[in-house]
Design a protein around this ligand. Structure first.
Ligand code: NSS
Length: 437
């Protein structure tokens, strides 16, 4: 068996295309289902591209191959040689009639069976990620990331690599993970923002994809303690320009996923055509308008209340496109945002909410350039100015209007894949209760 030069082996997807009908094919993968009816064994073999039926007949394959098939269980890794035939009862309409069958890595009884508790699936995550749904989610994410990377490249952004170990809090200091860093303390990054802000002075427009850490105490279906933050920062861009970048980027990511992963979307119960229709411009609604709408709908909110999952759901349940909520009250947002000259109670910022009730996927803003205001706000929240001196410096040497945002990849994947819980948007979720496996 030639393992390295495996060109002569086809993926299940290639085999299911039917091009090889009547011809010899070679499939390798893992047993998805298997049953025997006397002298014929029906196995369904999966690889990352799909599942295909294989029939192994006594007398057609060598006897040891038949015995190997008869005693093998699900998740054993196998190789099959045979001919491709049509069979309308088989998944995908084709089957491989084996002339040889070999077990490469036998499987012990697989601990995951059809109906399992959420906890068991999380304990067995290293095995559960083999499921077809999990595979589809990972492929959707892969295409969305590629769509984003291509869009940034085409639009002249530089991909940069900010640090993960940091001395500052870019968001909420109550959700910092502290770590012992030799003889002092440091934190795991909550956002690359401040480093990206520094990098625009050399690269104009930058972006990065980094893990972000938030010690969120609450258990919710949309919070992880470790998530992937896709962030961008650009010089000479105001809050409106920032929103234009977001709507273009999100639309490009959706185009990429629809183009490359429509079968995966359908497997997850999503309609690619609905996602394909999403295009700029996205609706913009001020925070004040959002409050009015919520009050009209009977929600118990006042101007100044935060928009939580419930309110965001209320605002987007009936929408088919994402919507920007702009100009939040200052009290609800961090110190670095630019004051709104039209209403000094608010900032020039936006949150992008996904439709169908999925809620916030991006947080962004124009950045404050007035150092006096930054210093005043840092003092108000009790931060030590020493730690932020380098950030304050940026406004001293050729300050420039600039904006940026962070897109939570798992939030976007949760929406696009129609997932109930964000933990299914990442292979090994980290939550308040879980660091295993
Ligand atoms: O806190 S954010 O709203 N904004 C920032 O971190 C900015 N400093 C980004 C920037 O301007 N460069 O987080 C950005 C996004 C937010 O909209 C969510 O989609 C996602 O990050 N996010 C999360 N995803 C999963 N779990 C948690 N805990 C989480 N927190 C934020």
């Amino acid at each position: 068996m030639v393992w390295v030069f495996s060109i002569w082996m086809q993926s299940v997807k290639q085999v299911l295309s039917g091009e090889m009908l009547g011809k010899p094919v070679n499939v390798r993968g893992w047993v998805y289902r298997i049953r025997s009816s006397g002298s014929i064994i029906f196995a369904v073999v999966r690889d990352s591209s799909g599942i295909i039926q294989v029939t192994i007949k006594k007398g057609v394959v060598p006897e040891p191959d038949f015995e190997a098939a008869a005693s093998t269980g699900i998740e054993s890794s196998v190789t099959v040689e045979g001919t491709l035939a049509e069979d309308e009862r088989a998944p995908g309409g084709y089957e491989v009639r084996a002339i040889s069958f070999a077990v490469v890595g036998p499987s012990e009884p697989f601990p995951i069976t059809e109906y399992q508790s959420t906890e068991l699936l999380l304990d067995q995550r290293h095995l559960w990620i083999r499921s077809r749904e999990q595979t589809a989610v990972m492929k959707v994410k892969d295409s969305m990331l590629r769509g984003a990377r291509n869009w940034f490249h085409e639009n002249d952004y530089v991909e940069v690599t900010p640090p993960i170990i940091t001395g500052v809090s870019a968001e909420d200091s109550t959700t910092l993970f502290q770590l012992k860093y030799f003889d002092r303390f440091a934190y795991l990054s909550q956002s690359a923002q401040f480093y990206l802000e520094s990098l625009i002075y050399s690269c104009d427009r930058v972006w990065s994809l980094t893990p972000s850490f938030r010690a969120e105490k609450s258990k919710t279906p949309r919070h992880l303690t470790e998530f992937w933050n896709l962030e961008m920062e650009a010089a000479w861009v105001d809050n409106e320009g920032n929103m234009k970048v977001q709507e273009e980027l999100v639309s490009a990511m959706l185009r990429s996923v629809v183009e490359e992963r429509s079968p995966e979307l359908r497997l997850l119960g999503r309609d690619p055509a609905a996602l394909e229709k999403i295009a700029p411009p996205f609706e913009r609604m001020s925070y004040s308008e959002a409050m009015d709408e919520l009050q009209e709908k009977g929600c118990d909110v006042l101007w100044g209340s935060d928009l939580g999952a419930v309110e965001e759901r209320e605002l987007t349940m009936d929408k088919e496109h994402p919507v920007f909520i702009v100009n939040y009250p200052k009290e609800l947002k961090p110190f670095y945002m630019k004051e709104n000259p039209e209403d000094a109670r608010t900032y020039k910022n936006s949150d992008l909410l996904a439709p169908e009730g999925y809620g916030e996927i991006i947080g962004g803003s124009e950045r404050e350039t007035d150092n006096a205001l930054i210093i005043e706000r840092l003092k108000d929240v009790g931060e030590s100015l020493d730690k932020y001196q380098w950030y304050i410096d940026l406004r001293k040497y050729g300050s420039v209007p600039h904006s940026g945002f962070g897109l939570g990849m798992e939030r976007v994947v949760k929406w696009v894949c129609g997932l109930e819980h964000i933990r299914d948007a990442i292979p090994f979720p980290r939550t308040i209760a879980r660091v295993y496996p």
